[in-house]
Ligand binder design. Structure first.
Ligand SMILES: Cc1ncc(COP(=O)(O)O)c(C=O)c1O
Length: 489
């Protein structure tokens, strides 16, 4: 029996809960109604996440088999905890690590905790849209050749926007130098289940893979998986990784979340094919209609391929751009006039995530809204300055320049982040910070990728770009409302 069935069986048996949690499964006052009953704790028959040997282990084995890996672990604190456990599980204090600069904050946190000597690999930028390209095996090989002391490499693939790196090539390079490859595939839990979707990261030879099942699959928020692949003769110390998971995950993991992961795995096992087929039919209809829009472009797997020559972009990510107003406004219009909540707004586009759980109706709501906005634009522009080239929508010169600087520049590293955060710092105005050393992380949120890391020198371009982002109303973390930044004293 696996976790979901065991949980249902336990509830059906009618035990009186003389145990935690304190809500006692009593629906009185519960905003979850009867569902609260399923929120139990480690009791007889329901196994223990940290020492799984019963129904949880069985469910984890189903996950491992579905993803084609040696072992999978349920995560109830998102990919965040998987990334911490993976990095801390394969490095010792002071080790050298190679990090894709576009990595998530948790990667930087892990490097700080283990006082790692961080080296970066910078993905190129797609100029007019301002998002990161993938990283190639050759680029990683070149860095490792120059610095073979690097113990681990961590790459984000696919990215938030759905762009993949050449994991097969990178794995080859990493293994040639005896290092371990960790792939943050938080956004790629749905890869590998259909031939029209990109290949799964695990099948391309990464050693440790982290998937947020909650991001693109039917699983509750916070749920994720950490997979260990044992194929390359690379020695990943599984015990050490398990220990890190024990340190960083709650000792009272939620059964609602864990059963949610188990349920997600059985949906994929039993209905995966039909759900991915249905998704692709709906997507194709949307793409065909989107091709006819005059003032709005929908950049997804098709246009990434045709316009940017990018293979294997995630079919679940749609970047919506328009030449006729900046995309923050497009984001607002979708929300307020059409009650469609996009995933995020960026300088040059707004991002929609569609998944196998989106129905025909859901797809129709999105494309109907875009057609409506497009038509209104066409009517208001006829005879005026109408510009019917949707690609131009992405060519916002200020925006491109902003992203070029924020994500395309390579700040000079004066010291590692772990050293920088321990030093005395002071807050000064951003415009006075040129040449000083940052004492904090500066992130544009979303996507939350640091544009400045503690220990890096602040350039004039960077202060201007951050100031511009603040003036545009973008969320910049690490800077106060009156534009103060922490620097070294
Ligand atoms: C690339 C990437 N990695 C990791 C994470 C963390 O994932 P989670 O929210 O599941 O902890 C995120 C979150 O957005 C992310 O974008």
């Amino acid at each position: 029996m696996r976790l979901c069935e065991a949980l249902k069986k336990h509830i059906a048996c009618g035990y009186y809960p003389a145990h935690m949690p304190g809500h006692k499964g009593n629906p009185e006052y519960s905003f979850l109604g009867d569902i609260i009953k399923y929120d139990v704790t480690e009791i007889d028959g329901l196994d223990n996440l940290h020492d799984a040997e019963g129904v949880i282990l069985k469910s984890e084995k189903h996950a491992a088999s579905l993803y084609g890996v040696k072992e999978s672990h349920f995560l109830i604190n998102g990919s965040t905890v998987g990334i911490l456990a993976a990095i801390l599980g394969v490095t010792k204090q002071g080790d050298k690590i190679l990090i894709g600069r576009n990595c998530h904050r948790s990667v930087y946190n892990a490097a700080e905790i283990n006082r790692l000597d961080v080296h970066y690999i910078y993905p190129g930028l797609m100029k007019d849209i301002g998002i990161c390209r993938g990283i190639s095996g050759e680029e990683v090989d070149e860095i490792l050749r120059e610095d073979p002391g690097i113990k681990a490499v961590i790459i984000t693939s696919p990215t938030y926007e759905g762009i993949s790196s050449d994991i097969r090539g990178i794995a080859k390079a990493v293994h040639k130098y005896g290092a371990v490859l960790i792939v943050d595939a938080a956004h790629g839990a749905h890869f590998g289940f259909h031939e029209e979707f990109p290949e799964s990261v695990a099948s391309q030879g990464a050693d440790i893979i982290i998937n947020s099942v909650h991001k693109t699959l039917p699983s509750p928020t916070q749920t994720a998986l950490l997979h260990i692949n044992d194929v390359n003769g690379v020695k990943v110390n599984k015990e050490k990784i398990r220990k890190q998971l024990m340190i960083y995950q709650s000792s009272s993991p939620s059964y609602l979340l864990m059963a949610g992961i188990d349920n997600c795995i059985s949906i994929l096992e039993e209905h995966g094919r039909e759900l991915f087929d249905r998704y692709l039919i709906n997507l194709k209809l949307l793409e065909d209609r989107a091709d006819k829009l005059k003032h709005i472009s929908v950049t997804g797997r098709r246009s990434f391929h045709e316009e940017y020559g990018i293979e294997g972009a995630d079919p679940c990510k749609l970047l919506i751009c328009s030449s006729q107003f900046d995309n923050i406004k497009l984001y607002d219009i979708l929300r307020t006039e059409y009650r469609i909540q996009p995933e995020m707004e960026a300088e040059n586009y707004c991002l929609l995530i569609m998944t196998i759980m989106d129905t025909e109706n859901g797809f129709a709501r999105v494309i109907n809204a875009l057609e409506c906005i497009d038509e209104k634009l066409e009517n208001s522009l006829t005879g005026l300055h109408g510009d019917a080239d949707p690609i131009k929508g992405r060519k916002n010169s200020d925006g491109s320049r902003l992203n070029d600087i924020l994500y395309g520049s390579r700040p000079v590293k004066r010291m590692n982040a772990f050293e920088a955060v321990d030093r005395k710092s002071e807050s000064i105005y951003l415009k006075e910070a040129v040449g000083r050393i940052s004492a904090s992380y500066i992130n544009l949120y979303p996507p939350g990728i640091p544009v400045l890391v503690p220990g890096e020198e602040i350039s004039k371009d960077m202060t201007e770009a951050i100031g511009y982002a603040l003036d545009r109303g973008l969320k910049v973390q690490g800077i106060t409302a009156n534009k103060e930044i922490k620097v070294h004293g």
